[in-house]
Design a binder for this molecule. Sequence first.
Ligand SMILES: [Zn+2]
Ligand SMILES: [Zn+2]
Ligand SMILES: [Zn+2]
Ligand SMILES: [Zn+2]
Ligand SMILES: [Zn+2]
Length: 243
Amino acid sequence: MADPELSTQSGGYDVELFLDTPDYDLICTICQGVLRCPVRAACQHIFCKKCILQWLKRQETCPCCRKPVNPSLIFVMFKLSKAIGRMKIKCKNDIRGCAETFPLSEQYCHNMSCQYELISCPYQGCRAQLLRRDLDTHARHCEHWRQPCHMGCGTILSHRTQSQHNCYKQLKQEYEARQRSHRAIATALQRKMRRMQSTMAHMKRQIGLICDSLEVMDDLQEAEEEELGESSSSSSGTSGSNT
Ligand SMILES: [Zn+2]
Ligand SMILES: [Zn+2]
Ligand SMILES: [Zn+2]
Ligand SMILES: [Zn+2]
Ligand SMILES: [Zn+2]
């Protein structure tokens, strides 16, 4: 059950990609692919690094000769790895029409620019899958195509709006809209100010009234205290000396 899982997860390079059939001793016995990052165990058997590490997780014996294998005693074979990297392969997109051949080590670079690579349309919302070489043609018609105006006015254009787009009109419209909104903000601010001013005036009046009534109360209290002081000056004098 675990074997097919091993071969798909960690496999070496697909034998079919190589222009010349690879030698038998370049094949990993675990995944049956061409060795990817080859490592040698103490028993001299060679495997892809990932393949053997995954194998050793289950049992620490060599899959070829059953001798015990110490996972810390496996060595990367740099020279062999480089030699494999120099082997010529064809593009994985040859079924779609790519006829290029190149050393295995350049596979990644080629894939990044292969004109026959299947890619998704880069415009948001578009689900089209197409060959890289058809991207320009597709983009000319893609309804999800969006690009900022090349004159730099800041408008994001679609194919539909592009034909009628006029930077001057667009900017004028935006300017007018902005002016309108500024004017609206100014009016709103003025209204707020007026409201605040009337609240302030109201508060001032209230404070005036409070002050007036406080003065009246003060006067009353003073009058009261004076009365009290006159009638009980002797008693307050004695209570003060007690404490
Ligand atoms: Zn392998
Ligand atoms: Zn072995
Ligand atoms: Zn290609
Ligand atoms: Zn598209
Ligand atoms: Zn523009």
